[in-house]
Design a protein around this ligand. Sequence first.
Ligand SMILES: CC(C)(COP(=O)(O)OP(=O)(O)OC[C@H]1O[C@@H](n2cnc3c(N)ncnc32)[C@H](O)[C@@H]1OP(=O)(O)O)[C@@H](O)C(=O)NCCC(=O)NCCS
Length: 187
Amino acid sequence: MVTLCYFFQFSPAESLPEIKLECEVKKLASVEDLLSFLKLLDLSLGTLKLRLERGDFCYLAFIEGKAVHRSWVTFSSCWVKDARAVFKPAKNEAYIYDSYTLPRYRSKGAFTSTLLKIIADFRGSNTSLWIAVRENNFPSRKAVEKVGFEKVFGLMFKKILVFKRYEFVKIRENFSEKGMKDRIILA
Ligand SMILES: CC(C)(COP(=O)(O)OP(=O)(O)OC[C@H]1O[C@@H](n2cnc3c(N)ncnc32)[C@H](O)[C@@H]1OP(=O)(O)O)[C@@H](O)C(=O)NCCC(=O)NCCS
């Protein structure tokens, strides 16, 4: 088995993309506000509380009044299933994770609008945003690149029988190997 996951960054120096928000997006950061969306969140109450207690935010996108997309933002280390590793944001960095759109509402701009809202909210905070996308996740790559995230590095995971191997893939020329290794904790 071989998987390749790319790590994309939106740096605070980037200008805001000129794309219209297709749907309403709300940032929610309290259990009370999120309780009515547990089905879309697909989380136990315990995990929801843990995420909020460590300071994560949840973004929900709405189409015709219905919550159809979720994305989370954290400043803490986070397991990246597609990379089989943990991403550890550096100081002044945040990581977008657990993005999901209900299948019936895909390709309607919910994820793109959510990314735009997150970018706008972090504007002026000198925080750069990261997101991990598996190589073959074309809808996700399309949305992430459309709003201006840039591919910085990749992490390849190979498993043959019981033998596991990781390989860093350098993409952005001026991003050091230390930069990759500082942000990734291998399993
Ligand atoms: C990835 C995901 C969140 C995208 O959500 P979404 O609300 O449909 O995203 P958007 O509509 O904002 O953008 C998707 C883009 O990909 C395009 N797209 C859809 N299927 C595609 C495909 N097979 N190949 C290429 N592009 C595709 C859409 O047309 C759209 O581009 P456009 O705005 O230029 O038309 C959704 O597919 C999903 O929940 N997937 C399962 C979980 C997942 O993969 N999460 C992401 C982890 S990073």
